[in-house]
Design a protein around this ligand. Structure first.
Ligand SMILES: [Zn+2]
Ligand SMILES: [Zn+2]
Length: 412
């Protein structure tokens, strides 16, 4: 899945000569950066989860357990594993034995209890890693809280755990800022590109769009997370994740002269034996030059990725001179695509978030969609919605979608 270097070079030349962002996205890498295993509150063995993603067309995944990397020793009793599973059908242990063989599982009795030593990321890599074909991105969900609200941040491409440090009387926004700074400090210290995305802001209504805007140290957030309990659509009085993105971007660009947030889509999968928090719901497509943690993060830092819950793109191009954004969508038989071009005008009414912020400038049907950014727009982005239902929806009526990053804001 390595991108042709000739194509990469021609893109680079095009970009520097004409300031166009013109990406052939057909060979971009598919990955999920948010997954839980038995190392924290997921209910399956890491090797089983990795095998699932390999068999379902992914190029990379991050096992992002809470406050832990899959290293050292983790022992769970067979009873604990069964309890976590809340099983319907065959249990996790017998499924793992059936997949990897009877000798695979490392049984160890402690006291009177029969139990299992979980495989580490390194062991999983040895058994399942496929250099150049499938990559295991070391990651962690830094899981903290402020004012009693969860502040969860995924740190991707880490070498060591970044601890969730507790401090008294901090708001959720303060915890978010401190955690984002800690990740940036770690990246600087180690010289290793590390990416941090703020997860599910509406989970327990922990963080608002204004919080996300204010923490300038945060560069990424989840515009879609497949956990059904994260209030993706908001409610009568609170905006959903997509509107949060527009509000935060508007404040950042207009008031803070800062870059907008880049958005990821993820699974946040916990359950793998039936149950409601399953894998395969949201992912990113990344234009990395190689299937490697550093290259994936470097591409994402440049904005060379988009988010998806089912729609695939062949091309994304934005001409900085004409300010035209064009998407080519990978066609599918009998499927219709609707692209909404969204942004905020510079005379927006801060009080009218529902209409003035994240305005739908145009709605275009078809496999190709183009739109020229209005002169008074602060930024432009696109959401594509398929006429096809999501195969494994996390909310009622969910259709397959794709979200591109915001463009055109650099000129502001
Ligand atoms: Zn979380
Ligand atoms: Zn999670």
């Amino acid at each position: 899945m390595k991108r042709n270097p000739a194509i990469a070079l021609s893109l680079l030349l095009t970009a520097s000569l004409t300031h166009a962002q013109d990406y052939d996205t057909r060979a971009w890498l598919k990955g999920n950066t948010h997954t839980h295993s038995l190392w924290s509150d997921g209910n399956d063995f890491p090797e089983m989860i990795i095998a699932w993603y390999q068999e379902n067309g992914y190029d990379f995944i991050a096992l992002s357990d809470h406050n832990v990397l899959q290293e050292g020793e983790k022992w769970l009793s067979a009873a604990q594993i069964k309890k976590k599973q809340r099983a319907i059908g065959r249990d996790a242990i017998s499924k793992c034995e059936a997949r990897f063989g009877k000798d695979w599982i490392q049984w160890e009795t402690r006291g009177e209890e029969k139990g299992i030593l979980l495989k580490t990321l390194e062991q999983c890599n040895e058994a399942l890693g496929k250099p150049g074909e499938f990559y295991l991105l070391p990651a962690e969900e830094i899981s903290n809280s402020g004012s009693g609200k969860p502040v969860h941040i995924n740190a991707i491409n880490i070498e060591e755990v970044i601890p969730a440090v507790k401090e008294d009387k901090e708001t959720a926004q303060e915890v978010m800022r401190r955690s984002m700074k800690a990740v940036k400090a770690r990246a600087k210290e180690t010289g290793r590109p590390i990416l941090a995305h703020l997860n599910h802001p509406n989970f327990q209504w922990a963080l608002t769009a204004e919080d996300l805007a204010a923490v300038a140290e945060g560069d990424y957030f989840e515009v879609y997370n497949g956990h059904p309990g994260i209030n993706h659509l908001g409610d009568e009085t609170r905006p959903g994740d997509e509107k949060i993105w527009d509000i935060a971007n508007t404040i950042r660009i207009a008031e803070m002269k800062a870059a907008p947030l880049k958005a990821v889509a993820t699974d946040d999968s916990h359950t793998y034996h039936g149950g409601d928090v399953s894998p395969g719901r949201g992912w990113i497509m990344v234009g990395a030059d190689a299937l490697d943690g550093d290259e994936i993060v470097i591409a994402m830092e440049k904005g060379e990725f988009y988010s998806s819950s089912g729609v695939t793109l062949d091309r994304i191009s934005f001409d900085q001179t004409s300010r035209e954004l064009t998407l080519e969508i990978t066609p599918a038989e009998g499927v219709e695509y609707t692209t909404e071009f969204i942004g905020t005008r510079d005379n927006y009414d801060a009080a009218a978030a529902e209409t003035g912020i994240g305005e739908v400038f145009a709605t275009v049907k078809g496999n190709t969609a183009s739109f020229t950014m209005p002169d008074d727009a602060l930024y432009l982005r696109a959401t594509v919605t398929s006429s096809r239902k999501h195969v494994n929806p996390s909310f009622e009526g969910q259709m397959q979608q794709a979200w591109t990053q915001a463009v055109g804001w650099e000129a502001q």
